[in-house]
Write a protein that binds this ligand. Structure first.
Ligand SMILES: Cc1cc2nc3c(=O)[nH]c(=O)nc-3n(C[C@H](O)[C@H](O)[C@H](O)COP(=O)(O)O)c2cc1C
Length: 218
């Protein structure tokens, strides 16, 4: 049972990465094996609309034709049984790097045929992990929308979000006096560990679902 965690935050050990690591630990606790990749470590672009993935008889039919640091990661994601996707919300959406990754993952799977068939050989269990500055509920519309696309293309999808995250360790160093810093710090100590527990439980649940249902063949 293979798990891949994809970190769409530039920060490798802060809110999103921590949430994702908890989910990864949860999946591993249920028997999955795998790793986390940090998208901002990689050199790649979003889909360039080359259509190599849809060229009938072409060498890249059903796969992204672009060759860069994402090539190997896309194969791992396609082959995964559990895919954990983490992103902070940047200007009301997932980060640019996560978006570019998703374009490259989603597009080769679909065709413009009337049958709307999908080309990847299997579905997987998907967990989304979002973190925000804004209070809980702010993105109540966005999360189901993001999840609906991964549900349709990648497989069964659920999410966990952490809101009002701690953005800096020392707020006094930055132009950021609109925050109630003691409340943020308290939230980090009391609420964020609960969010991490939810992430762990979701990772575990997805791995158990994967184990119980098998890699649902199409
Ligand atoms: C460029 C940028 C844009 C952001 N836009 C939003 C936003 O639209 N809504 C929000 O709630 N938080 C926003 N944030 C805050 C982050 O989503 C939040 O601090 C998140 O937890 C950071 O995740 P990280 O600790 O993994 O980097 C933004 C942060 C940055 C750097």
């Amino acid at each position: 049972m293979k798990v891949l965690a994809v970190n769409g935050s530039p920060r490798k050990n802060w809110n999103t990465a921590m949430l994702l690591d908890s989910a990864l630990d949860g999946a591993k606790s249920a028997g999955a094996a795998g790793r986390r990749v940090d998208l901002y470590e990689l050199d790649y672009k979003g889909c360039t609309s080359c259509f190599g993935c849809k060229l009938l008889g072409g060498p890249s039919f059903g796969r992204c034709a672009m060759r860069d640091d994402l090539t190997e990661i896309l194969e791992e994601a396609i082959d995964s049984d559990i895919l954990l996707l983490g992103s902070p919300i940047y200007f009301n959406d997932v980060t640019g790097e996560m978006r570019s990754f998703l374009e490259r993952l989603y597009f080769p799977d679909i065709t413009y045929n009337k049958s709307r068939e999908q080309l990847y050989p299997k579905k997987r269990q998907v967990g989304w992990f979002f973190t925000t500055n804004a209070p809980a509920g702010t993105y109540a519309k966005l999360y189901p929308e993001v999840c609906a696309t991964s549900e349709r293309l990648l497989g069964h999808t659920e999410y966990v979000d952490a809101s009002e995250t701690l953005q800096f360790t020392d707020y006094s160093l930055y132009a950021a006096d609109m925050f109630d810093v003691p409340a943020r710090k308290e939230r980090r100590e009391k609420v964020f560990p609960e969010d991490r527990k939810k992430a762990f439980e979701l990772g575990k649940k997805l791995a158990e679902l994967s184990r119980n249902t098998g890699a649902a063949a199409k």
